[in-house]
Design a protein around this ligand. Structure first.
Ligand code: NAP
Ligand code: ZN
Length: 352
């Protein structure tokens, strides 16, 4: 066991502040990573504030962070894929049983024994897992990913959650080239969704509540931008979309978007608002529309996404911050004020 520096919250109403945590000694398949950057996902905020208490209650203290990029510091004796100095990444999961049908299908995110990077039972040290707002982490090599090291690393970190969560459902939907695709919400997930949909050749329409994001949306790859609070603008798109990806983090009227789907169109929810979203039967049956959900992606698919980003030179647009600004960053995200992901420069932890 060794000490690592981290930032944690002591309760649902506490700010994040410095804390020393324990990390485990390396097993033979473990990789010790010096964390360079960690993105701030809205899921971090939901969980720090215990907003998903009915599904996954938060255990305090919580060290959030599941968009991790770092440098390999040490490897266990049986690790062959990585060596000290390699640039690697860790996303939302750090373990699964590896034997169930889901794991065998490369869908570790649906394994009943999957362990999340933070706030999951830690079978090594007891308590719960601690995430990436830290200078160091130890992870089994099965959950460590290779990073195209020529990419901007601060912008790579968000790919590990915002990237895979938008890439996976889009690829699963099928060939979106030439299709009309809507992206709801231009935040961390949404802006990655726009980048992927654009590169994959879709006609991309961004729905935003923030008129000030219009120019950025077009620059990021949108073909059209709709201010979602303007019902006339919304009406113009009635029954016209093949696929809509909903990344909105707060309560919203999902029926207003379901009505924009063409017949047989699909809306996939990746945003995880705290309260249930009422769905009108008529929004679905008038057009044989469907609604579904998607949770991050498997490990092989996450590697595929990182390689895809390497080929197409895709990274997140980030505001790099020192960890001392993390509480301010949370408040700004709650006001939809981030362009378009905060990425914490972990070198800032050295001064703590
Ligand atoms: P984010 O960066 O804060 O972006 C959320 C965006 O939602 C905002 O930028 C805003 O976009 C829009 N929005 C916020 N409040 C709204 C409201 N009241 N009405 C309409 N739109 C609103 O968050 P994120 O990190 O992208 O995460 C988004 C959601 O996905 C969170 O709930 C998160 O927990 C969830 N998530 C799910 C998965 C998964 O595997 N399914 C993975 C990661 C995250 P505009 O300013 O453009 O309107
Ligand atoms: Zn996330």
């Amino acid at each position: 066991m060794y000490n690592a520096k981290a930032y944690s919250a002591a309760s649902a109403t506490s700010s994040l502040s410095p804390m020393k945590i324990n990390r485990r000694d390396l097993d033979e398949h473990d990789v010790q990573i010096e964390i360079l950057f960690c993105g701030i996902c809205h899921s971090d905020i939901h969980q720090v504030r215990n907003e998903w208490s009915s599904i996954m209650p938060t255990v305090y203290p919580i060290v959030p962070g599941h968009e991790i990029v770092g440098k390999v510091a040490r490897v266990g004796s049986a690790v062959t894929k990585y060596k000290p100095g390699d640039i690697v990444a860790v996303g939302c999961m750090v373990d699964s049983d590896g034997t169930c049908p889901q794991c065998k299908a490369g869908l570790e995110q649906f394994c009943q024994n999957m362990i999340l990077t933070f706030n999951s039972p830690d079978k090594h040290l007891g308590g719960v897992t601690y995430g990436g707002y830290s200078d160091s982490i130890v992870v089994s090599d099965r959950f460590v990913l290779r990073v195209p090291s020529y990419l901007n690393l601060a912008g790579v970190a968000p790919l590990l959650c915002a990237g895979i969560t938008t890439y996976s459902p889009m690829i699963r939907w099928g060939d979106i080239k030439g299709k009309k695709v809507g992206i709801l919400g231009l935040g961390g997930l949404g802006h990655m969704g726009v980048k992927f949909a654009h590169v994959l050749g879709a006609h991309v329409v961004v729905f935003t509540t923030s008129a000030s994001k219009k120019e950025d949306a077009l620059r990021l790859g949108a073909d059209e931008v709709v201010i979602s609070r303007n019902s006339d603008e919304m009406q113009k798109h009635n029954s016209s979309f093949d696929f809509i990806l909903d990344t909105i983090s707060a309560d919203h009227d999902i029926n207003a978007y379901l009505n924009l789907l063409h017949h047989d169109g699909n809306l996939t929810l990746v945003g995880a608002p705290t309260k249930p979203l009422p769905v009108s039967a008529f929004s679905l049956i008038m057009g044989r529309r469907s609604i579904s959900g998607s949770n991050i992606g498997g490990i092989a698919e996450t590697q595929e996404m990182l390689d895809f980003c390497g080929t197409h030179n895709i990274t997140a647009d980030v505001e790099v911050i020192p960890i001392q600004k993390v509480n301010e960053a949370y408040e700004r995200m709650l006001k939809s004020d981030v362009k378009y992901r905060f990425s914490i420069d972990m070198a800032s932890l050295k001064s703590e």
